[in-house]
Design a protein around this ligand. Structure first.
Ligand code: MN
Length: 353
């Protein structure tokens, strides 16, 4: 069936009013977190900001009408970045629980139109583990979203391994969604406001992916699946060089001479983990030369379609993939089959249980 695609968009943002109120309070308290470079604009009174805010908060008529108009069958919903990660551990965990309950409600109301990833507050790793278990079993959500760094830390740190273990055990893919670079990383990004989607998001989330690979967590948890947006946050372009430098420097005399703590030993090449344990989505990169490159590097089973609603437009994302000069079979995988497999979304041909 050429051109008749089921379209599942896999990085679609939503929000709850309590999250927005908490962000507003944090902003008014004078927080200098680099995420506020963008958030102070979003929380402002301009017409575009108010439109985005209204669309984030709606998981009903306006969102569904837009999906109908643009031929989008289903949205996979992610609590908008930075989710619960800017708040203290208790406030973050409570926000995550509340958001996940509401998300499950929205999915129950529209089971063929919405699926969703559970928010967690990794600030308290063991409480996050309990929320992952609740979200994947009782709420039957489709995976987890982590908005990249946790106050400057990354999921490869040992204290977060319980989260990775729970995700691997429950076959819950972890979508590492961008946020602004941490305070420690942010200073050179401040000039020209490079913290956000123009460069900082990608640099920071890409670093997160590379750190996970270098840490050896995928040897420990081979079933762990990580999803990166924005065509892989730059990593596909770098895989060849990462492999080369990793091989060239492993156990080298130079490293030994410098007396530095070297990298953990890995069973495979870095690029092997990227192909086995990661999937990427097309969010915000509606550009077929990059898609064709990623298809060649990663294969059609590792790429999923996404819009990044309401920050980006559905019309651009559908026009891009509809017209991309790639095999029709690959388009079916990218538009829906991979998402159905990875996020365990019922295929349109299955009967309801
Ligand atoms: Mn996004």
């Amino acid at each position: 069936m050429t051109g008749n695609y089921r379209r599942i968009a896999t990085e679609e943002a939503w929000a709850i009013p309590e999250q927005m109120e908490a962000m507003r309070r944090l902003s008014e308290s004078g927080s200098t977190d680099p995420d506020f470079a963008l958030w102070r604009v979003l929380l402002g009174d301009s017409v575009p900001s108010k439109t985005v805010m209204r669309r984030l908060l709606d998981v009903g008529p306006e969102r569904l009408a837009g999906m109908d108009e643009q031929g989008v069958d289903m949205q996979l919903l992610l609590l908008t970045s930075p989710g619960p990660q800017m708040f203290d551990a208790d406030a973050g965990a409570e926000l995550a629980t509340l958001a996940n309950d509401r998300l499950a409600e929205a999915i129950r109301a529209h089971p063929t139109r919405f699926a969703g990833l559970a928010a967690i507050a990794p600030q308290d790793p063991w409480r996050a583990v309990r929320e992952i278990e609740r979200a994947m079993t009782r709420l039957r959500l489709n995976g987890i979203v982590v908005n990249s760094h946790i106050d400057g830390e990354y999921l490869d740190e040992l204290k977060y391994w319980p989260i990775l273990e729970a995700a691997a055990e429950l076959e819950a893919p972890i979508y590492i969604h961008p946020r602004a670079p941490s305070r420690a990383m942010a200073q050179p990004y401040a000039k020209y406001h490079l913290e956000d989607a123009i460069w900082g998001f990608q640099a920071e989330a890409g670093l997160h992916g590379i750190r996970l690979i270098m840490s050896g967590v995928f040897d420990r948890y081979p079933k762990l699946r990580i999803v990166l947006g924005h065509m892989g946050e730059g990593i596909p372009y770098w895989l060849h060089r990462v492999d080369y430098m990793h091989r060239a420097s492993a156990g080298s005399q130079m490293a030994a001479d410098r007396g530095i703590e070297w990298r953990p030993k890995l069973k495979l090449r870095p690029s092997d983990y990227f192909r086995q344990n990661f999937l990427i989505t097309t969010s915000g990169v509606n550009y077929s030369p990059v898609l064709e490159f990623c298809l060649r590097e990663l294969g059609a089973d590792n790429i999923m379609w996404a819009i990044d609603y309401p920050y980006q437009q559905a019309a651009d994302a559908t026009a891009f993939l509809d017209a991309a000069p790639i095999p029709d079979e690959d388009k079916h995988k990218i538009y829906h089959r991979n998402a159905e497999r990875v996020f365990r979304i019922r295929s349109q041909f299955e009967r309801p249980a």
